[in-house]
Design a protein around this ligand. Structure first.
Ligand SMILES: [Zn+2]
Length: 488
């Protein structure tokens, strides 16, 4: 049990048999034995010192520096020169791609260890307009081999089995694993990985001050990488992953950093408020719509003028739905069919809370028209190349007037807008974030007893089940139940 002591001194363990040494933590206690045993050691050491030992920032920085030097030494000349590092809590190289030729990776598959698929592919960036994008990709040569064709499929289609954001997260947590393996001289232990290796690196990460969620994210990244390259993952049996996470959870607890939902009274307050400034007005309306329509920040950022379907309910031929609209959400996270969802905004009883009217006013004021050449209705899954974003960035024009541009907000900006609006409505900004809007809409609907299947059709919340793909609910009253739950 030399690990903790050595780490505490700020010196990275440099022994060539580092992995084996760490493995001495051992299997004796069965699957969840090692982390428990390890944490007990930490607890003992801490209690021995009298006070809960929290690593100081200086200690952590020193530790990081030592790990980085260790990586440099392992890589040797010339590979160890000019390394670039991520800013995360765990030491992680950001230049792994150019290390493929380093002796540390000799004889190993660079693709399985170092391939970064996190950048959205050409076809993904086309956002539904994939035929056009496909034309931009070179045709296979007449004498292309099966390998060439498979490589093209791997480059352009295969990454899309996982969302780009998930891929980005997985890569961000895989990079520290590879970096760790370089430092420990254990690159040949990575793919496929034995469960002991996973435990070993988890222990190191724990000693570096990684949080529970970081370690779990590393485990997910390792699992997912194994599956995508056709290897058996280190955590194999069904249900075993939760046993692993439980081992950490019992020791480290789970921090309660839950963000609060935006509830009905905030929505009402925002609807009654009419700020002068364009950006503030945009943030306010965006927050209301994101909440009622249960939108994720990325979905709000993608909305275009032609996604507001004022005729969605009136067009069903049932009278009484004037002044309503549908918000077309082309693509949602678990919408593997790219079919879209159309949450509805109904007509408020209180004219001061008329969200559809306010949306119309906003679109008129910002000149957000559905333009000629709009492709939305013909190809709803594809991004419309002609219409402007519904909520766009603003700039200060000559004379100090703030005007909207045609550049869409980023998801991050939408999140900030939601937090600012919650604050303007009198809430503690620290307890709110972008997720507060969707959370508010879903919890309001669930509390009002909206059926799961209706909620799914509107929001994509809940498991995707085959039957739902074929469901066509044609009763506007049912489809507006989520809106009704807000009692506006
Ligand atoms: Zn359009």
């Amino acid at each position: 049990m030399t690990g903790p002591g050595r780490h505490r001194s700020g010196r990275p363990p440099g022994a060539t048999n580092g992995v084996e040494a760490t493995n001495n933590l051992g299997e004796r206690g069965g699957g969840i034995g090692a982390p428990t045993a390890g944490a007990r050691v930490v607890a003992q050491q801490h209690s021995g010192r009298g006070a809960p030992a929290r690593r100081t920032a200086a200690e952590a920085a020193e530790h990081q520096r030592a790990w980085r030097m260790q990586v440099q030494v392992r890589l040797g000349v010339p590979w160890g020169h000019n390394l670039t590092w991520s800013s995360g809590a765990l030491p992680a190289l950001t230049c792994l791609a150019r290390l493929a030729g380093a002796p540390a990776f000799a004889g190993l598959s660079a693709r399985t260890l170092l391939l970064d698929e996190s950048v959205p592919t050409t076809l993904e960036r086309a956002d539904g307009n994939w035929e056009a994008a496909l034309q931009g990709i070179a045709n296979p040569a007449p004498d292309a081999s099966i390998n060439d064709l498979a490589a093209a499929f791997n480059a352009h289609i295969w990454p899309s089995r996982t969302q780009p954001r998930t891929r980005e997260r997985n890569w961000a947590h895989w990079a520290p694993v590879v970096t760790w393996a370089i430092a420990r001289g254990a690159t040949h232990h990575l793919m496929p990985m034995h469960r002991d290796t996973l435990k070993a690196l988890s222990w190191d990460f724990l000693m570096m001050g990684a949080s529970r969620s970081q370690i779990v994210a590393v485990w997910s990244a390792v699992q997912s990488r194994h599956m995508s390259f056709g290897f058996d993952p280190p955590i194999q049996r069904r249900g075993e992953f939760s046993i692993w996470t439980r081992s950490l959870g019992h020791i480290m607890g789970r921090p309660m950093a839950l963000k609060l939902p935006i509830h009905r009274s905030i929505v009402a307050r925002l609807l009654r408020w009419h700020p002068e400034r364009v950006a503030v007005d945009r943030d306010r309306l965006l927050t209301v719509i994101a909440t009622i329509a249960c939108l994720r920040v990325s979905e709000v950022a993608r909305l275009q003028a032609c996604d507001v379907w004022f005729d969605h309910f009136t067009g069903m031929g049932i009278p009484g739905y004037d002044g309503t609209c549908g918000i077309f959400v082309a693509y949602r996270k678990n919408d593997s069919e790219r079919k879209g969802h159309i949450p509805g905004l109904g007509r408020a009883r209180d004219p001061a809370l008329d969200v559809v009217g306010q949306l119309r006013t906003w679109m008129r004021r910002m000149n957000l028209l559905v333009r000629s050449g709009c492709t939305k209705r013909a190809r709803p899954a594809a991004r419309c190349p002609t219409c402007p974003p519904l909520f766009s960035r603003t700039v200060t024009a000559a004379g100090g007037r703030v005007v909207a541009t045609e550049r869409a907000l980023s998801a991050q900006m939408v999140g900030d807008a939601i937090r600012r609006s919650a604050e303007a409505a009198g809430c503690d900004a620290r307890r709110f974030s972008g997720v507060s809007a969707r959370k508010g809409g879903l919890s309001t609907a669930i509390k009002a007893g909206v059926e799961e299947v209706i909620l799914y059709l509107q929001t994509g919340h809940g498991p995707e089940r085959a039957a739902r793909r074929y469901m066509h609910l044609r009763d506007p009253a049912r489809l507006l139940q989520t809106f009704e739950a807000f009692r506006l």
